[in-house]
Design a protein. Structure first.
Length: 289
């Protein structure tokens, strides 16, 4: 294969040489989802063990993934993302966002989804029910230090939303499904005591910066933590639906109920009627309690 001379200084060409292979990208996707052991990766990807060994070796060689022993007799390893690997998560989320819009969708910019049987984005999100949220997912929040996305109560209600406050870009109200984040936060705020009484923690998650979230939480007196997924680690781990507005990846509106064992018990998407969705998830939590 003849390489162009300017490929040696082109970041795109150099990145493609490291992670441009189909299997390498899917391996990174699965490690981000918490499938870190060889047999888990082979099972999830339905890939031959020979190919998987080769691709993992390539990623380790280029310091995208590192091997760490989890068993000594016999020695077995799991594969973790390095800082370089974590730096690729926005690339994975960006690829998913592009495909959801232009390959699986009709190219329209939207912050919601039709939700019918043919909607593959909605099917993927609803299929989160029964899956496990990877351990170690801690995000910076409005209540101080980084916090696990799953609380230490029996249930965690976690809702993702596009953006609040003065950070919304021009034309925001014309994007279907984008408006309503302040309303959603207020509704969860007003019902927060009822969620706590039912044994649930409430977390809101957006891709806004922590300082933007903190300013909004202070004005609106939000009693629960708002967590910042500005590095898109949570989005990549659960393959959550997103859209791009003002050159920033933003969450579409999803509500998850997660138990103490980090298993997703309920996944609500799309969220088109916000008051009804908040009432629905409160009844789900009460029923589980």
């Amino acid at each position: 294969m003849i390489k162009r001379r300017d490929d040696e200084t082109c970041g795109i060409a150099q990145a493609a040489a490291v992670i441009g292979d189909w299997w390498s990208l899917l391996i990174l996707r699965e490690i981000a989802r918490g499938h870190r052991r060889f047999d888990q990766l082979a099972g999830e990807l339905q890939i031959s063990r020979k190919v998987l060994t080769e691709r993992l070796g390539h990623l380790v060689e280029h310091a995208v993934v590192t091997r760490q022993p989890y068993q000594s007799n016999p020695v077995r390893h799991e594969y973790l993302l390095t800082p370089a690997g974590h730096g690729l998560l926005p690339v994975l989320v960006g690829m998913q966002d592009w495909a959801d819009r232009f390959v699986l969708g009709d190219g329209s910019l939207t912050a919601t989804a039709p939700g019918g049987d043919a909607d593959r984005e909605a099917a993927r999100t609803r299929a989160l029910t029964g899956s496990r949220v990877p351990a170690g997912l801690a995000l910076p929040g409005t209540h101080g230090n980084a916090r696990d996305v799953v609380g230490d109560t029996d249930l965690t209600v976690l809702f993702t939303y596009p953006a609040t406050g003065a950070a919304v870009p021009p034309g925001w109200s014309r994007i279907p499904g984008a408006p309503g984040c302040t309303l959603e936060n207020r509704l969860f705020r007003d019902a927060w005591t009822l969620f706590v009484q039912a044994g649930a923690t409430v977390h809101g998650v957006s891709t806004q910066r922590p300082d933007e979230q903190a300013a909004f939480a202070d004005i609106e007196q939000i009693p629960f933590p708002l967590l910042s997924d500005v590095d898109l680690e949570f989005a990549a781990a659960l393959r959550l639906p997103t859209f791009r507005a003002a050159q920033q990846i933003r969450y579409k509106r999803v509500i998850l109920v997660i138990d103490r064992d980090r298993i997703v018990r309920h996944s609500i998407y799309p969220v088109t009627d916000i008051p009804s969705a908040v009432s629905e998830v409160l009844e789900l939590v009460r029923g589980a309690a």
